[in-house]
Design a protein around this ligand. Structure first.
Ligand code: NAD
Length: 368
């Protein structure tokens, strides 16, 4: 029987509540599909500081290193964060540290707005078609955020000059392009590569390399789009997109724009992928939202983002596509059957029932 080791880092706020539901759903897939998941809990964030005086305790890092992937909740508490130095705060000391430690270069942010949740989307209904379903693939370790030189220099006379540098090499573009084409193969086989090839040298290289990599994926339809047009098309006609491939900064901006179309932070999962070893890819899976202290501990959080993050883990780290699809269709089923946590509930919607975190998780696990 295939065995997969998962480090489960629930973190703070709603983290433990939504993680509990994700684990419940994973256990249901284990039973149905006949693989074994060894899930090891470890403290992180304020839970780590309370346990071992560190946002990322050594034992937690050790468990992560011995695992095939990390399922992460969220960290940080706005009332406690300011009480310690910046570099010790959970998001910096745990989250950023883990991303760096595991060389996570590819960020996947799927945004799916089912037709029945049309009311939760800021776009007019006629722009939503049969529902929005986009995957943004963002390069995470290159481009403008990391390129050198990067500094602010004094020009004298009270004037300064700030310099950031956009740098990409062929291998960096190739590896993220492969991730995007592979993801498109598992979806509707359409890839829109975003660049600024009309102005930037980086854009020209990006377009050339993506086009070349695309020859290895003849079944995927490849288009190129300038980033400014991409931003506009996301709100004009989001249904035209399947997979959007972006460099780091463009992906940062467009993935948030796309996320706004999804209706609620509580519905949005994400995956950050590192190197592939044989059939397994090390990955870090987390909901797009934070610790939501305003609703923590009240059975109000939507567990779907965490549950869909677990589905992404099964697909992208372990290649368990059928089990991942079973989770995703169970989530759709729960929504279609009228279950709504507070964040996606509207009193104007007929035949729906407002439920808590636990009931939503139970319903999804039962369908799996
Ligand atoms: P947040 O995402 O926690 O909350 C923003 C709003 O979205 C809140 O109203 C919250 O109730 C709602 N929300 C978020 N997730 C939800 C869910 N699953 N179900 C229902 N509603 C949900 O952002 P914030 O308030 O800016 O940050 C709170 C804390 O989380 C801060 O300490 C911040 O630093 C931290 N944070 C952590 C991460 C992470 O760990 N990756 C990400 C973002 C924020």
């Amino acid at each position: 029987m295939n065995t997969y080791n998962i480090a489960a880092l629930a973190g703070d706020g709603i983290g433990p509540e939504v993680m509990r539901e994700a684990v419940k759903v994973l256990r249901a897939t284990e039973k149905r599909f006949g693989f074994k998941l060894v899930i090891t809990d470890a403290p992180v964030g304020w839970a780590g500081i309370d346990f071992a005086k560190k946002a990322l305790p050594d034992i937690t890092l050790d468990i992560c290193k011995r695992s095939d992937s990390i399922l992460f909740g969220s960290v940080g508490l706005p009332d406690r964060d300011p009480t310690i130095p910046k570099e010790e705060r959970p998001e910096r000391a745990a989250l950023l540290r883990l991303r760096k430690e595991f060389g996570l270069f590819a960020n996947l942010r799927p945004v799916k707005l089912p037709k029945v949740l049309a009311h939760a989307c800021p776009l007019a209904r006629e722009r939503q078609g049969e529902g929005i379903d986009i995957l943004v693939v963002r390069e995470l370790t290159g481009g403008m955020y990391f390129g050198q030189p990067k500094h602010t220099e004094d020009l004298g006379g009270g004037q300064q000059r700030a310099i950031d540098t956009m740098v990409y090499t062929t291998p960096e573009i190739e590896r993220i392009a492969h991730v995007a084409f592979k993801a498109a193969q598992l979806r509707r086989k359409k890839l829109t590569s975003i660049d600024k090839a009309n102005v930037l040298e980086n854009g020209i290289l990006w377009r050339e390399v993506v086009t070349r990599v695309g020859k290895q994926y003849p079944e995927v339809q490849l288009d190129h789009m300038f980033v400014d047009n991409g931003a506009m098309q996301l709100v004009l006609k989001p249904t035209q997109f399947d997979v959007m491939l972006c460099e780091n900064m463009f992906g940062d901006i467009l993935s948030d724009e796309a996320a706004a179309l999804g209706g609620s932070l509580g519905m949005l999962p994400s995956a950050s992928l590192g190197a592939t070893n044989g059939s397994r890819t090390f990955g870090f899976y987390e909901p797009a939202g934070g610790t939501a202290p305003d609703i923590a501990g009240k059975d109000l959080a939507n567990p779907i983002a965490q549950i869909l993050s677990a589905a992404l883990m099964l697909r992208h780290s372990f290649g368990l596509n059928e089990a991942a699809a079973a989770i995703e269709s169970a989530v759709e089923h729960a929504i279609e059957s009228g279950l709504r946590t507070g964040d996606i509930f509207s009193p104007n919607e007929p035949n729906v029932r407002r439920v808590g975190t636990r009931v939503m998780g139970d319903a999804i696990a039962a369908v799996v």
